[in-house]
Design a protein around this ligand. Sequence first.
Ligand code: NDP
Ligand code: ZN
Length: 372
Amino acid sequence: MSTYPETFQGYAVGSSVNWNKAKLTSFPPKAFEANDIDIEIECCGVCGSDVHTVRGNWSELKSLVVVGHEIVGKVVRVGPNVTHYKLGDRVGVGAQAKSCLECSRCKRDNEPYCKTAVFTYNSAYPDGYISKGGYASHVRIHEHFAFPIPEGIKSEHAAPLMCGGLTVYSPLKRFLDQAREANKKYGDTEVTVGIIGIGGLGSMAVQLAKAMGYTKVYAISRGTSKKEDALKLGADGFVATAEKDWAKSHQDTFDFILNCASSISNLDLNSFLSAMKFGGTFTSVGLGPSDESFSVSPGSFIRNRSSMGSSALGSRAECIEMLELAAAKGVTPWIEEVPISEAGVNEVLTKCENGDARYRYCLTNFHEAFKT
Ligand code: NDP
Ligand code: ZN
């Protein structure tokens, strides 16, 4: 039974020992502020970060944790200063809940890098309230971090785009813009992109990289079991890193490699760098448990002047742009729908941890689960 607006309901994990034993719980929302909206949630995607968080792979759980940051729902309350939305609008929420919107990073569309960023769950607001995510009846959020969903995209397909889609779109777009500008002079516009880890993020990265145009895309997976799917997703080529000498046969291939793997412990960065073209960039959005780190020899960068870095989420402007591209090009994430319930949440967390998702779980039937 939902007791909105004083209390929200959600599936909460109390400790990392019980990471796949979420329980239906009531909790108070954050204090309502003038730019906040309340969203009645319709569905929510299941991100690899949800699993890392409940397993305590990044930090201790701060309190009862309600994960979920691929949220779609309907606006049911608007604060007095809200300008983007009205009651009844369909919106999405990703992994970020707040930033100052005033610093040089925020002003340049780099909100995820704001020093005061608050994330959608397990993250502290300035008053100490710990944010709660979307495996819940409602979410309360600053309007800047809610995004309008184009009519042509079904809610269940829009949900995974909120975190997974945006996280891969941002670095792909930034690199492709730069590469096209540099290539203009030489008339060589096609950019070769490799996507490592064909899970939720990786599958969307293949689709979005193709949708952006002027790209040749390789899906890079550990084995060969996802080859057929990767080609159906739109990949032009496939690499299985379990195959001996894959890197030798792909020397001088990639302008850009986007790592979407959820663990980097067995990722041979030196091999990936050796497969770069001159000036290639390796960007990691994939995050392993916090005790994992990359090991790389400086010599690997010297041979082709390649470089590496990481990327976090994306900006509001990029999210809106990405959703418009998805609508225009018919980018449809591959999802499996699971009705939300204690059993449903625990099943998807477990299957995601085991690598069984093909390729994104989307929790649905929220109206049934949180009936008033
Ligand atoms: P998934 O579980 O859906 O996919 C992860 C993929 O990683 C798997 O399909 C697999 O691909 C590969 N993989 C799994 N285990 C290993 C391993 N031990 N070694 C190498 N590769 C492995 O997760 P998501 O796509 O939802 O998330 C991927 C990562 O991105 C997570 O670490 C998540 O926390 C992070 N993330 C980062 C964000 C950011 O802002 N930077 C935002 C959102 C998520 P294959 O079978 O093809 O090898
Ligand atoms: Zn995520």
